[in-house]
Design a protein around this ligand. Structure first.
Ligand code: DSN
Length: 421
């Protein structure tokens, strides 16, 4: 049963209510290893589903284009204040609809069509909005990419420095979506200062680890910090941009009126709730457990012959090259899904295969840690993954694993939903 209950939805639209229930069951029964996903708390769910969705609020607190902001203004100010305090930054914009618009706002604030910026190659762990040729960031701007070393799987800071000196980019992005190792924010900052670039840290994946003290912070190093709010930070689907005083106005103008209209006030409220939760001592414990689980899982997978990019992980994320297992990332991901282990196929650095059918898979421990799994469960997860990859064509074997996974997960409660017994 959903918490908060969906009784009105069930009465008005039983078909849709049934689908929500089915999704909740799926999330309950599976080992969810998609590195960008999590489970939010019932408090975050309640804020997301509140009457705040009824209100238009174009503008910012104290300067809106619609009346009736007596309540929304303090809500947005509360979210801003909590973000500033938690991340230790002078300014926070909590209005971006999600991570891609947040990064587009950075492009709009600091660059004009054709301008050069530096970022991590998508296939090496970057993001579409960091200049992929299929994204507006790659079509309208001039991205130059750094990568990871073929042998090390780690970012080569000498390459970043050489490229920055040669290309003189307006902006340098660090961060991405498939980086298993610690990001060296001070080193990026030194290069950005030397070459006159604005340093942007995209911490979407590691925001929760940063505020939980399990990854160094870019605050004081990066000029601008973009993040989604729903990954390790465990909030609603949304985003924030945090800046120094110097860049606050440019970023605010880029979000509104540059890119967006009215902020999603229900999401703003839910972000405020998530930030309050992330400021509690138990969130620090959670963040460190996420990393401990990833380390344990990386060790167990390595012991079973899985080839991990960079040889392991420092954070929540593990990138696996399946070439030595004689299976592509896509068929492996589909088999694992049938076995109750949910993840995504992913390119690996220097991947000879195409993104739609790459060589790797990407996993993360944020969601399973929220469910309560600890290091002791990671050996079983690795064993099931190994069995499923080896038995990718064997339906009954995958079904058997899915049953074992369901049995394990049945012992761990899920925030926001419980099975009716
Ligand atoms: N949010 C990204 C991820 O899954 O890491 C994709 O945009």
């Amino acid at each position: 049963m959903h918490q908060p209950q969906l009784s009105h939805l069930a009465a008005t639209d039983p078909d849709l209510a049934g689908l929500v229930e089915a999704e909740a069951t799926r999330q309950h029964d599976k080992i969810r290893l998609i590195a960008s996903e999590n489970y939010v708390s019932p408090a975050v769910l309640e804020a997301t589903g509140s009457v705040l969705t009824n209100k238009y609020s174009e503008g910012y607190p104290g300067k809106r284009y619609y009346e009736g902001q007596q309540v929304v203004d303090p809500i947005e100010e509360l979210a801003q204040e909590r973000a500033r305090a938690l991340f230790g930054v002078p300014h926070a914009n909590v209005q971006p609809y999600s991570g891609s618009p947040a990064n587009l706002a950075v492009h709009l604030a600091f660059m004009r069509p054709g301008d050069t910026f530096l970022s991590l190659e998508l296939a090496h762990g970057g993001h579409l909005t960091h200049g992929s040729p299929v994204s507006i960031s790659g079509k309208w701007l001039r991205p130059v990419h750094y990568g990871v070393g073929r042998e090390t799987g780690r970012i080569d800071m000498d390459e970043v420095r050489d490229l920055a000196r040669k290309e003189r980019p307006k902006v340098i992005f660090c961060g991405g979506t498939a980086i298993p190792r610690t990001i060296d924010f001070p080193a990026f900052a030194e290069i950005a200062r030397e070459t006159g670039a604005v340093l942007v840290a995209d911490i979407a994946h590691i925001a929760g680890l940063i505020v939980g003290g399990a990854h160094p912070s870019p605050a004081g190093h990066a000029d601008v910090i973009t993040t989604t709010t729903h990954k390790t930070l465990r909030g609603p689907r949304g985003a924030m941009i945090m800046t120094t005083e110097e860049h606050a106005t440019a970023i605010d103008k880029a979000i509104f009126p540059g890119l967006q209209g009215g902020p999603h006030n229900h999401t703003t409220a839910a972000i405020a709730v998530a930030l309050k939760e992330a400021a509690r001592p138990d969130f620090r414990t959670y963040a460190h457990q996420v990393v401990a689980n990833a380390e344990a899982l990386a060790g167990a997978l390595t012991a079973r012959g899985f080839d991990l990019v960079s040889g392991g992980t420092d954070n929540h994320l593990i990138l696996i090259d399946l070439t030595n297992k004689n299976i592509g990332g896509k068929p492996a991901a589909k088999a694992l899904d049938l076995a109750g282990i949910e993840l995504n196929f992913n390119t690996v650095p220097f991947d000879p295969r195409k993104p739609w059918s790459p060589s790797g898979i990407r996993i993360g421990t944020a969601a399973v840690t929220t469910r309560g799994l600890t290091e002791e469960h990671m050996a079983s997860v690795a064993e099931w993954m190994d069995q499923a990859v080896a038995a990718a064509e064997d339906g009954p074997a995958l079904e058997r694993i899915a049953g074992e996974v369901r049995d394990l997960m049945g012992g761990f409660s899920m925030p926001g939903w419980a099975p009716v017994r």
